[in-house]
Design a protein around this ligand. Structure first.
Ligand SMILES: Cc1cc2nc3c(=O)[nH]c(=O)nc-3n(C[C@H](O)[C@H](O)[C@H](O)COP(=O)(O)OP(=O)(O)OC[C@H]3O[C@@H](n4cnc5c(N)ncnc54)[C@H](O)[C@@H]3O)c2cc1C
Length: 477
């Protein structure tokens, strides 16, 4: 039902003119929807920058903000408990916390957020940091079988870790992206038999391309993963007691399994904004380089901001394409910029220019990337070698360095980040001390045809560009 504000319009802080900003900082009302990494870091920045007004944090999860990366790593390995992953507080935040209740609507004209319990929270500035959620298995009755998991929240992590500790006969991971590969790695480290089913030609292919995907496939297999590429899981089957017992694959094979981890990427949490007039949809919330959200007419708002996984914003270093990033570091940096801009004069606002960076650890290898590898068309192994699985791969796009990935070679990445920032030419012309023969020439980076869906990258390019990859996940089930 569309929301119609039933109460009179709230008192508002003037937002322009002499002293308006000072008044906003002294007695304004800022509401943050999404009380996780981006939301918390934004709140800390607001207070650090002198915002003294009222701050309301709205989060649908019941507990305090926690960190997600450990959920697919230490938690699954049994080395950390899921309820011990609280995010460290960088400073105290004097705020009203409305936890365990989702925001259910937004009235942009009245400047109010409606909560699912019927309450309405007025704001002068709103930050939306509602992130993403795990894409569920598309067939509901199969998704509900006992033993079928997704991994996004603390509860998911705790439940899956418990099941792994019980020693399942076999785990099936559907989707060989970063998260799926980390789950498979944790299973193997615990000695649990694991099958990975990936629709693309190799794991990580959507994020890093086929050259690096082949290295990842080698890692999986060397560690005993039963890796099946180019196949789809077509159905999950349960036993009489409702426990998953098998999965059927598109090549006609069957995998007997008692635990299935669905790792098919993410959905952006924007449904609550439907009908609000904000430019929000399945690709996230479109915003400008200063994190101000656009409305559906493409006109930038001045009081609504977005940050973290839910935001997509144009990046000057990447042809002003709108990037949606599912990266921890991006959420932190973007939250800081959004918070700063929310309480700054327009001339003092900052663009979100952080170079995207990502890390993952799997099968004992530390993988790091900077820039946007998935935008690259070519790759050059600038240091180390693919055979040794210790290397830096540099990605090129239209004659310039656009991204880099390292396997156990992370200390070099700041150097490559500088090349990306300075739009250095590709292939890079500098000599390196340990370049092997396979790194002499650039190769086709071998990204899948974007019209053929794979598990998808953690970066979505969604702006206008002749090279726009338009990556969309279309379940075949
Ligand atoms: C298992 C796992 C492993 C990861 N590993 C890595 C890694 O190794 N490296 C890396 O760079 N990144 C990693 N990430 C990604 C990283 O955790 C995210 O980029 C980061 O959490 C984004 O923060 P966020 O605040 O934007 O969104 P989120 O952390 O998703 O937080 C959004 C919050 O908003 C809440 N919310 C949603 N809708 C509403 C609503 N209507 N009302 C109120 N609240 C709402 C959500 O429940 C959630 O609490 C990993 C993520 C996962 C799940």
């Amino acid at each position: 039902m569309p929301w119609t504000p039933s109460t009179p319009r709230p008192r508002r802080c003037p937002v322009r003119g002499d002293g308006a900003l000072e008044q906003l900082k002294r007695e304004g009302r800022i509401v943050v929807v999404g009380a996780s990494l981006a939301g918390l870091r934004a709140a800390e920045t607001l207070r650090a920058k002198g915002f003294e007004g009222s701050l309301t944090m709205i989060g649908d999860e019941p507990g305090e903000p926690y960190d997600r990366p450990p959920l697919s790593k230490q938690v699954l390995l049994g080395k950390a408990r899921a309820d011990r992953t609280a995010l460290p507080r960088l400073r105290s935040v004097d705020a009203t916390w409305r936890l365990g209740v989702p925001a259910a609507g937004l009235d942009m004209a009245a400047r109010r957020v409606r909560l699912a319990d019927g309450d309405e929270v007025p704001y002068d500035r709103l930050l939306i940091a509602t992130g993403v959620r795990a894409r569920p298995w598309p067939r509901e009755e199969e998704a509900e079988l006992d033993g079928v998991f997704v991994l996004r929240t603390r509860d998911h992590g705790a439940a899956l870790a418990r099941r792994l500790a019980d020693g399942p006969k076999r785990v099936l991971v559907i989707g060989g992206g970063f998260a799926g590969s980390e789950v498979a790695s944790a299973c193997r480290e615990r000695g649990i038999p694991v099958t990975v089913a990936e629709r693309g030609a190799s794991p990580l292919v959507g994020a890093l391309g086929g050259v690096i995907g082949a290295v990842s496939a080698g890692l999986h297999r060397e560690h005993g993963v039963d890796l099946r590429c180019g196949v789809m899981v077509t159905a999950l089957e349960g036993d009489a007691s409702g426990r998953v017992r098998a999965a059927h694959l598109s090549d006609g094979s069957t995998v007997e399994t008692d635990v299935v981890v669905v790792s098919l990427g993410a959905l952006r949490n924007t449904e609550w904004l439907a009908g609000s007039g904000l430019g929000a949809g399945p690709r996230g919330i479109a915003c400008d380089a200063g994190c101000r959200a656009f409305d559906i007419r493409g006109i930038v708002t001045d009081d609504i901001y977005a940050a973290g996984d839910v935001a997509r914003c144009p990046h000057p270093l990447f042809g002003y394409q709108f990037l949606s990033l599912e990266h921890w570091g991006n959420a932190v940096a973007q939250a800081g910029i959004a918070a700063h801009n929310m309480i700054s004069e327009s001339t003092d606002r900052l663009p979100h220019m952080e170079v995207p960076a990502f890390w993952s650890s799997q099968f004992g290898v530390n993988i790091k990337s900077v820039g946007v590898p998935s935008m690259g068309t070519e790759i050059l192994i600038a240091q180390g070698s693919l055979e040794s699985r210790r290397f830096v791969g540099v990605y090129g796009y239209q004659g310039r360095v656009i991204g880099a990935v390292s396997f156990d070679h992370g200390r070099w990445l700041p150097f490559y980040q500088e090349l990306i920032e300075s739009t250095a030419p590709f292939p890079p012309s500098f000599p390196t001390v340990d370049r092997h023969p396979d790194g002499q020439r650039p190769m086709d980076a071998d990204f899948p045809d974007p019209s053929v869906p794979s598990h998808g990258p953690t970066v979505t390019l969604s702006g206008y560009s002749p090279a726009d990859r338009r990556i969309t996940f279309i379940p075949a089930h």
